[in-house]
Design a protein around this ligand. Structure first.
Ligand code: SF4
Length: 133
């Protein structure tokens, strides 16, 4: 499943993608520091769990604390990692950012739209997977 994900599936980024990734880092810093209420509300809509793709550790650049063990990401500061790591993804924009880094595998997290139930969200995700929309 994780196979050659990071050995072969590397990509270079356009300037606009780099700008999006840089902006994402600033956005997360700002949200965590100045908009805790927004973060808390957004996390209430978050469903799923980490699939250990390692993509969020490679936003803009590969974190120097990241290594790979048995083709799974390993954080050398896991117990002391920064809040931006523990809380990722804050909202859909973070999913968009991590999809730039790893468009092949989706994040295990997703966000419910207002009024949407988890079952409805799962169905729409399956449709997206089948039709690649
Ligand atoms: S500190 Fe750990 S969790 Fe955070 S980006 Fe680096 S490797 Fe990933």
């Amino acid at each position: 499943m994780f196979g050659e994900r990071w050995l072969v599936r590397r990509r270079s980024y356009s300037w606009s993608e780099r700008a999006i990734l840089a902006w994402g880092k600033l956005r997360r810093y700002y949200l965590l520091r100045y908009r805790p209420g927004y973060v808390e509300e957004s996390l209430k809509r978050r469903v799923g769990s980490c699939d250990r793709t390692g993509a969020c550790c490679k936003l803009m650049f590969s974190c120097p604390l990241l290594s790979w063990l048995d083709q799974l990401p390993l954080c050398h500061a896991y117990k002391h990692r920064p809040r931006s790591c523990t809380i990722f993804p804050i909202d859909e924009r973070d999913l968009r950012d991590r999809d730039i880094v790893d468009p092949w595998d989706s994040c295990g997290f997703s966000f419910l739209r207002p009024g949407e139930t988890q079952e409805e969200e799962e169905k729409s995700r399956q449709v997206e997977l089948v039709f690649h929309v």
